[in-house]
Design a binder for this molecule. Structure first.
Ligand SMILES: Cc1cc2nc3c(=O)[nH]c(=O)nc-3n(C[C@H](O)[C@H](O)[C@H](O)COP(=O)(O)OP(=O)(O)OC[C@H]3O[C@@H](n4cnc5c(N)ncnc54)[C@H](O)[C@@H]3O)c2cc1C
Length: 235
């Protein structure tokens, strides 16, 4: 779905983009990371790992976000938002409070998951949600896994608050864009990870740098999706 739809076209969708879910709780896990629980009819939704929902963040704008937890029976789901303060989506989500109603689409998109393989994952604040959704599956399938997060100092404790496991937090200091630095990471020297499934999400430039190094080293099966790019509205 495109991130901006002209006003005249919105009318063509009729009631399809009207509010369909309600906020039932909100919590800030750090000054920049907000977890929100919603209630709605999610009985037909597909929660494949990697899929994302679009949220209507203004009359004409839509942004992608990942459902981090769902409970179909009770019609409840959660999303972990990076409140970076630069865009319409971030400001809209920052303002959301209990009882607000909004439009969230069923998840769709690109699958990141492969069962029965070792799993390496890298991302940033925007990727905490997909990591949370993934963790129970990785554990259920008894897969070996490792999460790498590049996070601002202020968010470095969020993975712990979320109960994530097997993660390493790196400071957001451009290391994830430095191919030389990435290629020296001990994990990528080990033969053990040569056939792993590799999921790269988060900032586009970081995804590109990791992808290049891993391709050059002929490591793993790579699944990648950039979630945001400096200067670009909605991806
Ligand atoms: C498949 C998919 C799943 C995603 N899942 C999540 C999720 O679960 N949680 C989440 O928080 N985000 C998620 N994102 C990322 C989110 O859609 C983008 O960050 C989006 O750009 C936010 O919209 P905005 O209106 O706040 O900013 P925009 O209007 O899109 O951008 C305005 C400015 O803000 C900058 N910007 C955008 N995002 C960030 C950021 N994270 N940090 C710093 N600057 C930024 C842009 O580069 C631009 O300069 C996902 C994206 C995709 C494609």
């Amino acid at each position: 779905m495109i991130s901006n739809i002209p006003k005249w076209m919105i009318g063509l969708f009729g009631n399809k983009l009207a509010p369909n879910v309600k906020v039932i709780s909100t919590i800030f896990l750090s000054p920049q990371v907000k977890k929100i629980s919603f209630r709605g009819d999610i009985s037909e939704w597909d929660f494949t790992i990697g899929y994302a929902s679009v949220i209507r963040v203004s009359e004409t704008e839509f942004r992608n976000y990942t459902i981090s937890y769902h409970d179909k029976e009770n019609g409840v789901f959660e999303i972990i938002f990076h409140i970076h303060g630069n865009g319409t989506g971030s400001k809209f989500v920052d303002s959301l409070k209990v009882s607000d109603e909004l439009f969230i689409s069923p998840p769709r998109g690109k699958k990141l998951y492969e069962t029965n393989k070792q799993q390496f994952f890298s991302g940033d604040e925007t990727s905490l949600g997909v990591a949370c959704a993934w963790l129970p599956l990785l554990k259920k399938n008894q897969q070996q896994f490792q999460f790498y997060f590049e996070l601002d100092e202020i968010n470095k404790n969020v993975p712990e608050c979320l109960g994530l496991e097997n993660y390493t937090v790196f400071p957001k200091n451009n290391s994830f864009r430095n191919e030389k630095w990435i290629s020296t990471l001990p994990l990528f020297q080990s033969q053990q990870w040569k056939t792993a499934n590799i999921a790269l999400v988060g900032n586009v430039r970081s995804v590109q740098a990791f992808r290049k190094v891993l391709k050059d080293k002929k490591l793993g099966t790579i699944y990648s999706q950039g979630y945001w790019l400096e200067g670009k509205k909605g991806l």
